[in-house]
Design a protein around this ligand. Structure first.
Ligand SMILES: *Cc1c(COP(=O)(O)O)cnc(C)c1O
Length: 377
């Protein structure tokens, strides 16, 4: 079979391996975060692999994502955490999905859904400990807790969890981490005082889980590291995580360019010597960042090949340094890095962003295929 023009290859064995490795390293319950289509890896497939690797929970942002997990056959604990007024809490309750409340207003909406559905909800409460994004502000926390406790007494719901989220977990020395952990412990004390006895208390994402043992509580929420990427480059020790995503294409054309030839739109790169170039048939329409223009590298025929000129909507050009591999030759944009090819982290550094964004945005017209390598690592 002819290989695809351009494809995202996801190694599900790598996901299983990473989840199992993270679970063993942290020693608490594991929530694998599979929001945003599994960080671009395919939500249903990585969710199944994560469960096989030992994920006790799955985490997603929206109710729609949680329902998609149920539609894909997942029956285990699932938490979602981002709603707007008018959200379909009834569907979440019927699907046995844990929903998150940040406010009394949200609890009121959840209560109405419980009445409509006729069965109790599973609710987790989120407190803002300093990210200043979602979650109950400290001065509203006691009200949210009181309302949640009253709802438990009325058998409207069970408060299954209390949680928060770090702002600076990828900077382990940042003072905000201590402050947030302290604020979280204070919030837990308020909830305990009010009589709440949640199954799970959780604060850490991947970086927090790896770098701050004191903040593991009952469960950690690992997204990025589950996909084999480093959540805090320069701070983490090597756990042998394996990047699960490889993005590859086939060269559409190979040609000579003369000294002085301008390459791609705007002629932002001009050949200062005669060379050969290859045409890669993917572009920003497929999520290849335009910021990679002139800065990222690819892998062709056993060597790093720099991007020359601008990334276009459908295509870009790489420098083949005078070599003439045939059209159709494999180009790896990023992958495991094991053979010397670039990683998503390399692309992130070249583009001035984080690997989260590189893998989550890639897609467009690329096909996604799944492999299950026997021996990752
Ligand atoms: C996305 C997200 C996570 C996962 O973060 P990583 O850094 O990818 O591990 C955890 N918790 C919440 C609330 C999130 O939104």
């Amino acid at each position: 079979m002819t290989p695809a023009r351009a494809e995202i290859v996801v190694d599900l064995a790598a996901v299983r391996h990473n989840v199992a490795t993270l679970k063993a390293a942290t020693g608490v319950a594991m929530m694998t975060v599979v929001k945003a289509d599994g960080y671009g890896h395919g939500m249903a497939q990585v969710a199944a692999a994560a469960r096989q690797g030992g994920a006790d929970w799955l985490g997603v942002a929206t109710i729609d994502e949680a329902l998609a997990l149920r539609a894909a056959g997942d029956t285990g604990p699932v938490l979602c955490w981002l709603g707007v007024p008018g959200e379909d809490y009834a569907a979440a309750i019927e699907a046995d999905v844990d929903v998150t409340a940040y406010s009394v207003a949200e609890l009121d909406e959840i209560r109405m859904a419980v009445v409509a559905v006729g069965r109790p909800a599973r609710v987790q409460l989120k407190v803002d400990t300093g990210l200043s994004r979602g979650g109950a502000p400290a001065d509203r926390w006691a009200d949210v807790v009181a309302e949640a406790r009253a709802g438990e007494d009325a058998r409207i719901w069970t408060v299954t969890g209390i949680w928060s989220h770090f702002a600076c977990s990828d900077e382990p020395e940042h003072p905000a981490n201590d402050a947030q952990e302290r604020a979280f412990r204070d919030a837990l004390a308020v909830a305990d005082e009010a009589g709440l006895r949640p199954e799970v208390r959780h604060l850490s994402n991947s970086a927090g889980a790896l770098l701050r043992p004191s903040a593991r509580f009952d469960l950690v929420r690992c997204g990025l590291a589950s996909y084999g990427l480093d959540p805090a480059p320069g701070h983490t020790s090597d756990l042998g995580l394996v990047p699960a995503m490889t993005v590859r294409a086939r060269l559409a054309m190979v040609k000579h360019v003369a000294t002085g030839a301008g390459v791609s739109y705007g002629h932002t790169w001009v050949a200062d010597h005669a060379t050969t170039v290859g045409l890669v048939p993917v572009g920003y329409g497929d999520g290849v960042p335009r910021h990679a223009s002139n800065v990222a590298e690819t892998w062709v025929a056993g060597k790093r090949r720099p991007v020359r000129g601008r990334i276009c909507m459908d295509q870009f050009v790489v420098d083949l340094g005078g070599e003439l591999p045939p059209a159709g030759q494999d180009v790896v944009l990023f992958g495991t890095g094991r053979d010397g090819a670039p990683t998503a982290q390399d692309w992130a550094e070249a583009c001035g962003t984080i690997s989260y964004e590189i893998v989550t945005r890639i897609g467009g017209r690329m096909t996604r295929t799944y492999v299950d390598q026997e021996e990752p690592g």
